[in-house]
Every structure is written in structure tokens, then in C-alpha cells.
Design a protein. Structure first.
Length: 503
């Protein structure tokens, strides 16, 4: 007796379609799982058996072999248990043949027969939909999340016994509803950021301009200054002026956070992520890792959003240098013995630091030259070179007044972002910071009178190729904020000033 049920497992933050084949034959009672299962999958034997007995279903006391195809992909987690249980019922004749044709099954089983939620439902259902699956059975807690995939019909289950009755036509499918606008939003920014406003920041006109440019073009930003000057306060108000995620980006971000096990409340994440790990974070927590099942790190959880490193000078130098490759390629590859997993990592890096260990900076600095040199070495030159904007922040004057509100600045940012999206509509990138080096000359055109200024900047500042390209991208963002068709000499000079050398 053989039965096959479609399901899926997580590989990184993506879904991998799995066919659960269940074979029940005569022989001494045994239960074997093959097909590269991890510990959680192998332990499913006891949960499946207890769930079936608790649901008044007969567990076959025969030789049972469960094959998870394809056999070359490691299967992780407990989301295949419901498929295994239904495969046993099909093989034993407790369900009509063909009742699961064209249907995929996801779910973990409790010992009492309840069907429990599984992480990464959106990624799993999306992978199944891409393989032509028209209908999915999911836990009731995951039904709203699965419904985010438009091309599949979703049915939900509360218990294994109820699911068997529904499949046999003896009972109605349980009703469920998608979250309404009054529910807790699927938002992964900090709660303070929802009410923080740029108007709270007094003075700091130059630094405020840098934050606006960073938001408009997705540029990496480094703020350097003594303690108490407003660096962190300003950086934490960046989410209040960022453009919202479009539908495609929202699905991408929601899929990642669901696969990472974070609750998305069954709805799309529409605000850009803002991740702020502590400076004691390890390299693996930043870029991702793990042995049996590589997990996404902060750079992936900040995908399409902001990774904020406060007191960046206190982070381990090895952890910071590990960010250099994903900052350039916008992906991170985790290689392990069994497989290599690629995580998306298209994030905007914003960092704050003091100019020296004591934090006071010139002329009040009390650090020795050796202490300052050791502190500077924590931020390597290649790492610093990847910042588009490098700004020195000085303390505001007592007479400084409140600045523009986030609503006013956000209006200009949205207008600039829309101009970029229109310009790059036929390309795989949508903002100036992501224009590849090979397209800088053609996509970021200079005005006729700007060519000499551009050449003088390269010669005077002795720029690297990366530094020259970043200044030109920032100049294009400044032009977008001014609604200018071409980059002018003033835009180039302003972009060069915004990328000044900092202590």
C-alpha cells in the first residue's frame, strides 16, 4: 500500500517542494524515515503515532517506510508531520483514494491530535504555487498568511480528526477570516519609531540633509560625533521618512520574517524593516549561520530596510568586515558541508560612532595617540569605503529651533523615489544606490557643464573606483530631490562634501 502527499520544507528562507511517500507493508512493526531528515523529522514518528491514537484513528502496526523526495535535499522542521499522517491514512484506506490529488499539506501535530502552526508558511505556500499546486491544507493559525499567495485555494484545519471528517465529506471546513485593519500590524520596526518625528531634532541641518539623501536613494550613512550630539536620535527617525514597501517588496520581506520564525500576524509587512542589534552581536548573528540548518542573520532580516549599528566602533572588527561582501553583492552565501544557502541582503547600513575612545573628539580629547590609532583600526578602510555618506555631527547650538517634520521631508523623499522607480522601471534595481558600476556612466548622466567638475573631483580627492561611483550615485539622488533631469556641478560638489573623511 503506497500513498504520496505533496508538502514543502524550508531551505534558508525559501520553500522546497517535498513529496512525502508512505509505504505500508506486511512485516514486523517498524517506522523508518529516509530522504535526509533532520532530528525533528525523525522524531515525528512518536508525534504522528500519538496524534492518530488521540484522534481515534488506527495507527498501522506494520512495516512503515516514509520517503521524503527529493532525497538529496535535507528536510528540516516539523511541518511535514500532517502530510505523513494523511499519507498513512491514505495507505491504510481510511481516506478515499485521490482525495488529496492536487492538494499540498503543511502542519505540525500535537500529541492530542491538534494541528499546530509552522514557521515560513508564506515561503512554503509560494514554492508550492510556483510548482502548480492549486490548493493547500494548512493549520488554522497559518490560514491568513497562506492566503497572501493569490494563486492558491486555502483550507484550514484545527485537528487531525476534524480534517479527516472534512476530507471524507462528513463535516464542513472550519471558517476563518483574514486580519482586519484594526488588528496588530505586521510591523517590525520599534514602537518608538512609529511616533518619532524629525521635528524633535534641533539644529543639525547638515546631518538632517544627509539623512534625507540616504532615505531618498537607499545610501549607506555613517554619522561621527561626540556623545549627546543627536546622532542616534537622528538615525532612529530615519524610518519615519522612508518610502513604504510596494506589493512585491512587501511579499519578499514578509516571506523572510515568516521563515525566520517571527510572527507576521497573517498580513503583509508594509513598513521597511529597521534592525538595531547590540554591539555585542556575533558575526553569525549579523550575517547568518548555523550547522544543520543555516538561519538568516540581521542583514537578511533588514532586507529592503535599514540595519542600524549604534556605537559601530564597539562591534568586533571581524563582524564588521563580514558585512563588506553583502554590502556590495546584496546577498549573503552560507556554505556548509551539506549545502550552500543564499540569503537576500539588500539592506541600507546606517551607523553611528564616536570619534575616539573617550568620545570627546578634538580639541577636548584625552586619548593617547596609540588609543586613537587602535580605535581607528576597528573600522577598516574597505569597510569605511562602502559608506556613500560620511558626516561629522557637531552639537546643536542652544538657539537652534525645531526642524522640518517627518511628513514634510517624507513628501520630498517619496517624490524622489518615484522618479527613480520610473527611471529604472525596466531594470532589476529601483534606487540610485543599487545602480551597478557598469551602468553608472550611462544611467547617471551628467549635465554638459558638469564633466569638468567630475574629473576635477576624481583627481583632487584621489578617489577609488568605488568611491567615485558612490559620489555619482549620491549626486543623482540630490538631482532627484531637486527634480533635475541631469547631474549638475552643484550636485557633484554637494555629494563630495557629504562623503567627507571623518575621524
Amino acid at each position: 500500500m503506497l500513498a504520496a502527499v505533496r508538502s514543502a520544507t524550508l531551505v534558508g528562507v525559501d520553500g522546497q517542494v517535498v513529496t512525502v511517500e508512505v509505504h505500508v507493508s506486511q512485516g514486523l512493526p517498524a517506522y523508518n524515515v529516509v530522504g535526509l531528515p533532520d532530528t525533528a523529522v525523525r522524531e515525528s514518528r512518536e508525534r504522528v503515532r500519538a496524534a492518530m491514537l488521540s484522534s481515534d484513528l488506527t495507527f498501522p502496526m506494520q512495516r512503515i517506510t516514509v520517503n521524503l523526495a527529493p532525497g538529496g535535499v535535507r528536510k528540516t522542521g516539523s511541518g511535514l508531520e500532517l502530510a505523513v499522517a494523511l499519507g498513512l491514512l491514505l495507505a491504510a484506506g481510511a481516506l478515499p483514494a485521490g482525495v488529496l490529488d492536487g492538494v499540498a499539506v503543511l502542519g505540525e501535530l500535537g500529541l492530542d491530535g491538534s494541528v499546530r502552526a509552522v514557521p515560513g508558511t508564506l515561503a512554503l505556500v509560494d514554492a508550492l504555487a510556483r510548482r502548480g499546486v492549486a490548493s493547500v491544507l494548512v493549520p488554522l493559525a497559518n490560514a491568513a498568511e497562506a492566503e497572501l499567495v493569490d494563486s492558491v485555494h486555502v483550507r484550514a484545519a484545527r485537528t487531525l480528526a476534524e480534517l479527516r471528517a472534512c476530507l471524507k465529506g462528513e463535516d464542513e471546513w472550519p471558517a476563518w477570516s483574514a486580519p482586519t485593519g484594526d488588528d496588530t500590524p505586521a510591523d517590525n520596526t520599534e514602537s518608538d519609531d512609529e511616533i518619532a518625528d524629525l521635528a524633535d531634532v534641533r539644529g543639525l541641518v547638515f546631518a538632517r540633509r544627509a539623512v534625507e539623501v540616504a532615505a531618498a536613494g537607499a545610501h549607506h550613512l555613517l554619522l561621527v560625533g561626540p556623545p549627546g550630539t543627536g546622532k542616534t536620535m537622528l538615525a532612529r527617525r530615519l524610518p519615519s521618512i522612508l518610502a513604504p514597501l510596494d506589493r512585491r517588496e512587501a511579499l519578499d520581506v514578509t516571506r523572510i520574517h515568516s521563515a525566520a520564525g517571527e510572527s507576521v500576524h497573517g498580513r503583509l509587512i508594509t513598513t521597511r524593516p529597521f534592525r538595531a542589534p547590540h554591539h555585542t552581536a556575533s558575526t553569525a548573528s549579523l550575517v547568518g549561520g548555523g550547522s544543520a540548518r543555516p538561519r538568516p542573520g540581521e542583514v537578511t532580516l533588514a532586507h529592503r530596510g535599514v540595519l542600524f549599528l549604534d556605537e559601530v566602533g564597539e562591534f568586533a572588527p571581524t563582524a564588521l568586515d563580514a558585512l563588506r561582501q553583502p554590502l556590495e553583492e546584496r546577498v549573503i552565501r552560507i556554505s556548509r558541508q551539506h549545502a550552500t544557502v543564499t540569503f537576500p541582503a539588500s539592506f541600507q547600513l546606517v551607523a553611528c560612532t564616536n570619534p575616539c575612545p573617550c568620545g570627546l573628539g578634538e580639541p577636548a580629547c584625552r586619548c593617547t595617540e596609540a588609543q586613537r590609532a587602535r580605535y581607528r583600526r576597528r573600522l577598516s578602510a574597505p569597510f569605511l569605503d562602502r559608506f556613500d555618506l560620511r558626516v561629522r555631527v557637531t552639537a546643536p547650538e542652544p538657539r537652534d529651533t525645531r526642524g522640518e517634520s517627518s511628513a514634510d521631508v517624507r513628501a520630498r523623499v517619496l517624490a524622489a523615489v518615484n522618479r527613480q522607480r520610473h527611471r529604472y522601471a525596466d531594470w532589476p534595481w529601483s534606487q540610485n544606490a543599487h545602480v551597478p558600476a557598469g551602468a553608472v556612466e550611462t544611467m547617471l548622466a551628467l549635465a554638459r557643464d558638469a564633466d569638468c567638475t567630475w574629473r576635477d573631483l576624481i583627481a583632487d580627492r584621489v578617489l577609488t573606483g568605488r568611491g567615485a561611483a558612490r559620489i555619482r550615485r549620491v549626486a543623482r539622488t540630490l538631482a532627484d530631490l531637486d527634480d533635475a533631469p541631469h547631474i549638475t556641478p552643484a550636485h557633484l560638489e554637494s555629494a563630495a562634501v557629504l562623503r567627507s573623511d571623518v575621524p
